[in-house]
Every structure is written in structure tokens, then in C-alpha cells.
Ligand binder design. Structure first.
Ligand code: BGC
Length: 355
């Protein structure tokens, strides 16, 4: 019987540097592939009840996919580790004490997902650690003071593990030599139908009844708003197709969980009602940006054929509050010498009919 393991091979090259792929596999045959470019998950392959492989994450099998004009112009951030700060910071502006900072702006007037060259476009330093019960893929990155306009020399690390219970655990850590905004997340788009169809038949339940209200440029600026009893209320579970009838561009909402911050707690369950594949999500984070992929280009597809595009994959971006440095009272938006960053998110896959 095989056990959980990690192997590495060459994935491609970017600007003359080798990009390495790491394949995490477990005894049930589930696989997660991660490259050191952007600490990016390039594929998640689960087994269907017949034992056949099913791709459930958007990504490509070669660097050409990530470097193509079609991908770069659309900038969907498939599977990458987002940093320094996930989602938008309004006008790229914030202040710490009486010091104002101006970040690189790359999304209309706003700063998005770490700027022009965010953590998603850097090559991380990777190491396989074969200690303990499960092998770990440990990725590290250093970002210099004033990178994309952010203060502080920051060091971050991400640890990926795949358990024999089909749980992908992602642990983030970060330090900075001065106070700075830091919010790390993973930007994988999931489609539990194996991209046989759109995500309309997915039922989504999120243990949250409040969202951060966005402004006209889609930056959550607050106040915190209750969604109880509306189509945006997923706390009892809803089929996405019912919500999409009324929500013109689907979900792009930051939900605030009802659970206490810092404890690893289950916060969401997503089920493809056609295949009965289930994804449960646990996190220590205060909330997640639930984004249903309205803006993904229909031109994008994996080399082996799976089609991506509008409503063909959804992200569950567990993170600190988007635009947190500008929201009074936003928990944990700043990391500093006496406030290291740490978080964990677990994606657990299963099939209802098999349990
Ligand atoms: C944002 C979207 C954006 C997408 C890809 C999501 O996190 O909410 O507005 O289009 O990332 O960049």
C-alpha cells in the first residue's frame, strides 16, 4: 500500500530560471501539484466513486499556460499564493501612524492581490520535509522593504500537506521588521464536477451571516452588513443557480465567519449536486472572499482540455479583511516585529455516496 509522499520534477522555465513542480499524493490516489512559481497549486485530482481521476481545480500543465497573453491579460490568479495583501486596497493608499503609503495600482484605481509583481509571480524557495506523520512541502519567500510600495522587510512561508483523509492543509507564517499590512491566501478555483459543467449546480453553505459592504469599485469599505434572509445568505445552503438569477455578477463577497478568530473551525461546505463530490473548508481566518469567477476568460483551458471561464470555478479566499488597513478595527491586518502572521486553512474532499 502506498503512503502519502511528495516527489519533484521540472515544470518549465521563467526568465531563464527553472520552475519545479511538487506532486503531493496520498494512499487513496489523490494528488495535488504545486509549483514554486507563485507557490501555485496547478492541479488537484481526486478519485470519483469509480476510481477515475477527476480534476477539480483550474490550472495548467506547463509554464506556457501561466505566461500566455490570454492568461496574463485576464489575470485570474489561478491557484497561486496571494501576497502581500489579498484582494483590494482602496486607491492603493493606507497610513500607519502618521506615515502615508502609496502602493502599486494594478486594478483600475485600486491595488489588487499584492500589486504588479506580487508573490504569485515570484519563485519561492522550496523544500520537501520528510519528518513527522506526513511529508510537508515548505515554501519560503523574502520581500524587501518598499516592494510594490509596502513598508518592512517581510519573510513568509507556506507549508502544504496532503493527508490520507484527502485534506489539503495550508499553513502560512510571516514576519516583518516593521508594521505592515499582510494577508496571505490561496486563490484556487474549484469545480467539483471536474469541469464537466459550470458551478451552477453546486450547493454552497457558509457559516456566516455578515459581509463587508463594497463600494462602487468593488473594494470592501464597510460597514459590516447582515445578509440574513437575502439571496446572499448562504448560511443555510443554497444552489448557486438560484442565487445567480438575481446576482448580476455572482458572488464576490467577503463573508465574516461567526466562529471565534484563531481556532481552526469548519466554515463552509460546497457540494456538487450532480456528482455528490464535497469540499469542506476549515480555517483560522476571520472571513473569506467567496468569488464565483464571473470575470474568468472563456478562452482559458488546461492543455488536456478542461474548459475554464465564467462561472466555471469558484475561489474561497480565506484571509484578513480586504482593504483591512483602511477599515478601523479590522482584526490582524498588520504584521510587525511583535505581531507575527500565522494562519491555516484546510480543504477536505469527499464524496457523499461513499460515506
Ligand atoms: C477578485 C476578483 C478578481 C479575481 C481575479 C478575486 O479575488 O475578487 O475581482 O477578478 O480575484 O483577479
Amino acid at each position: 500500500m502506498s503512503t502519502a509522499m511528495i516527489i519533484s520534477d521540472k515544470f518549465g522555465e521563467v526568465e531563464g530560471r527553472v520552475v519545479t513542480q511538487y506532486t503531493l499524493s496520498n494512499e487513496g490516489g489523490m494528488q495535488v501539484k504545486i509549483i514554486d512559481y507563485g507557490a501555485t497549486i496547478t492541479s488537484i485530482i481526486i478519485k470519483d466513486p469509480q476510481g477515475k481521476d477527476k480534476h477539480v481545480a483550474c490550472g495548467f500543465d506547463s509554464m506556457d499556460g501561466y505566461l500566455s497573453d490570454a492568461y496574463r491579460n485576464n489575470a485570474p490568479y489561478f491557484g497561486c499564493t496571494v501576497g502581500r495583501y489579498a484582494s483590494r486596497i482602496k486607491d492603493g493608499l493606507f497610513s500607519i501612524g502618521d506615515q502615508d503609503y502609496k502602493l502599486a495600482v494594478n486594478n483600475g484605481s485600486n491595488h489588487l492581490h499584492g500589486g504588479i509583481v506580487g508573490f504569485d509571480k515570484m519563485i519561492w524557495q522550496a523544500e520537501i520535509i520528510n519528518k513527522g506523520e506526513l511529508p510537508t512541502l515548505h515554501m519560503k519567500l523574502k520581500s524587501e522593504h518598499l516592494d510594490e510600495g509596502y513598508p518592512g522587510q517581510v519573510e513568509v512561508s507556506v507549508r502544504f500537506q496532503l493527508s490520507n483523509e484527502n485534506e489539503l492543509s495550508i499553513k502560512y507564517e510571516g514576519t516583518s521588521d516593521r508594521e505592515t499590512p499582510l494577508s496571505l491566501t490561496n486563490h484556487t478555483y474549484f469545480n467539483l464536477s471536474g469541469f464537466e459543467s459550470t458551478i451552477h449546480d453546486h450547493e454552497v453553505k457558509i457559516d456566516a451571516t455578515r459581509v463587508l459592504d463594497p463600494d462602487e469599485t468593488n473594494v470592501p469599505v464597510g460597514p459590516i452588513k447582515s445578509v440574513v434572509g437575502t439571496l446572499e445568505d448562504l448560511s443555510q445552503g443554497q444552489l448557486l443557480k438560484d442565487c445567480f438569477e438575481e446576482l448580476e455578477t455572482g458572488f464576490e463577497h467577503y463573508f465574516l465567519f461567526d466562529h471565534p478568530i484563531g481556532a481552526l473551525t469548519q466554515v463552509a461546505e460546497i457540494r456538487d449536486t450532480q456528482s455528490d463530490s464535497i469540499l469542506e473548508i476549515l480555517t483560522t481566518e476571520p472571513g473569506a472572499l467567496f468569488y464565483t469567477g464571473y470575470f474568468t476568460s472563456d478562452e482559458l483551458r488546461r492543455e488536456t482540455g478542461q474548459r475554464y471561464g465564467k462561472y466555471r470555478g469558484m475561489c474561497f479566499e480565506t484571509s484578513r479583511y480586504p482593504n483591512g488597513p483602511n477599515i478601523p478595527g479590522s482584526p490582524g491586518s498588520l504584521t510587525g516585529p511583535d505581531k507575527p502572521f500565522s494562519s491555516q486553512t484546510v480543504f477536505r474532499f469527499s464524496t457523499a455516496s461513499a460515506t
